[in-house]
Design a protein around this ligand. Structure first.
Ligand code: NAD
Length: 432
């Protein structure tokens, strides 16, 4: 799975004392030249020093550079040495939809595969894949409330009982709930094996299957347990959406709106003028999957840039957790749409630079395009309580907030009293 990635490009000599080379600004200059770089280390190094050095670089690169990510290095002993990097991941490939069938055939030809789907995708999607029908399979119970550690463990137990090898592959066929659990199982079973996702919902295609975040809900907290485990491939078959409920299609469209906002003004303008069916075009779906993948590749471990994808999500996850506690499930995207609406207003209050007009038209779009939440179950202080448990938090509750389309602030800590006050106003206005 790990591929050595030799770098051809600029050579940089590192020695004790020339610490300016370690500085992000310097590395960024090299990156802007468009050249990968060779690093030469001129002093003898022990394994630990080397690892430390690489970790240091990894932090820098993960934040600002689009380079392969470092797992291990090979050196030529204590001589001045050439570092070669091993990539932790082969960047996930996302073939165009018309190439997906051939890619699947190729993957299945390589090794033993184990299929995981849910009861609905087993019934509605599996018949479209003769090549998957003879695989050993585990069928999960569908739904957010079933995204649990228990299901992951049962699935692992089933693979173990059938002796599925570490060199094998897991193929997931399902929406975000299935790919999150399949990815989680793939990351822990026998210390990790490859996973390939065939997303069957729009949410899965444009978002959940890509990016390697895996996990389950725990104690009502959304995705509280999980890992980062990148799929080897995401295969898009947009025809699978024919059987999906309208609400689940809308749910995916919320993330597509978010991507369009992150991508900048021209994309955002276009999205605001699009109708329901326009969002279902195969090439557009592929664009969205690639858009997310490109952000993830530049910051795979979520140190900075990737956090842009959390726009609307501090609120969305807290709302979903609260509803989960009330045993009410709503499509993830509906919570995201409401989250974007609220967090735009918060950005305006905090003077991030967002214009009042932008907030108004975003809010209008979220209300016109997406259904309202069950507001009677939402109390501002209960939402803030769940926000306190958000994974993105640093010292306090942390948001990704907008300045303008394409201009996003990440890691913004906001005072709880301010959040509470504006949530109350927001919920009141939504109820009115
Ligand atoms: N890992 C990530 O980066 C990431 C990103 C976004 C969302 N997510 C997660 O994804 C989940 C939501 O995903 P989702 O919206 O796909 O929900 P889902 O997986 O629950 O699917 C929604 C429903 O549609 C059914 N279904 C799936 N495909 C179908 C098809 N082709 N035809 C008919 N029915 C079908 C499912 O069985 C389910 O009942 C949430 O748990 C969310 O946390 C993860």
């Amino acid at each position: 799975m790990y591929a050595i990635q030799p770098f051809f490009g600029l050579g940089v000599q590192l020695s004790r004392g020339n610490s300016r080379f370690y500085k992000p600004a310097f590395l960024r200059e090299i990156w802007l030249l468009g050249l990968p770089l060779w690093l030469f280390q001129e002093f003898p190094i022990r394994g630990d020093d080397l690892f430390f050095t690489l970790c240091h670089f990894r932090n820098v690169w993960c934040r600002s550079l689009s380079l392969p990510h470092i797992k291990k290095a090979q050196t030529s002993g204590s001589e001045p040495c050439l570092l070669m990097y091993m990539s932790i991941l082969q960047a996930t490939s996302i073939p165009r939809p018309h190439e997906a069938r051939a890619a699947l055939k190729e993957q299945l030809g390589k090794r033993k595969a184990f299929l995981v789907c849910d009861e609905n995708t087993s019934r509605l999607c599996l018949p479209r894949f003769p090549e998957l029908q003879s695989l050993p399979r585990y069928v999960l119970q569908p739904g957010e409330s079933r995204k649990t550690m228990e299901q992951v463990l049962e699935f692992c137990g089933s693979m173990q009982m059938l002796g599925h090898p570490r060199s094998g592959l897991i193929v997931s066929l399902g929406g975000g709930v299935v790919s999150d659990m399949a990815g989680f199982a793939a990351s822990i079973y026998k210390r990790g094996l490859d996973v390939l996702h065939i997303p069957t919902t729009l949410m899965g295609m444009v978002d959940a299957a890509t990016g390697g975040k895996t996990g389950v809900n725990f104690d009502y907290v959304r995705n509280a347990l999980g890992t980062t485990h990148f799929p080897v491939q995401v295969l898009l078959f947009p025809d699978l959406l024919e059987t999906l409920e309208r609400d689940d299609l809308l749910s995916g469209m919320a993330e597509m709106h978010k991507h369009a906002f992150l991508a900048g003004a021209p994309h955002w303008e276009r999205a605001l003028n699009m109708h329901f069916d326009d969002f279902l075009k195969p090439e557009l779906i592929h664009w969205h999957a690639q858009f997310k993948q490109a952000l993830v590749e530049r910051d795979p471990f979520d140190k900075g840039l990737r956090q842009q994808l959390n726009l609307g999500h501090t609120t969305a996850h807290a709302v979903e957790s609260l509803l989960l506690k009330h045993q009410v499930e709503i499509p993830h995207g509906f919570a995201v749409a409401a989250g974007i609406d609220f967090e735009m207003r918060l950005a305006l209050e905090l003077n991030t630079g967002i214009s009042e007009d932008e907030v108004k038209r975003t809010s209008q779009r979220m209300r016109d395009f997406f259904p309202p939440l069950p507001h009677a179950l939402l109390q501002a202080n209960a939402i803030v309580h769940f926000m306190q448990n958000d994974k993105k938090n640093r010292r306090g509750i942390t948001f990704t907030l907008a300045k303008a389309p394409g201009e996003i602030l990440t890691g913004v800590e906001v005072d709880e009293a301010i959040i509470l006050k504006h949530l109350q106003l927001f919920l009141h206005a939504r109820n009115a």
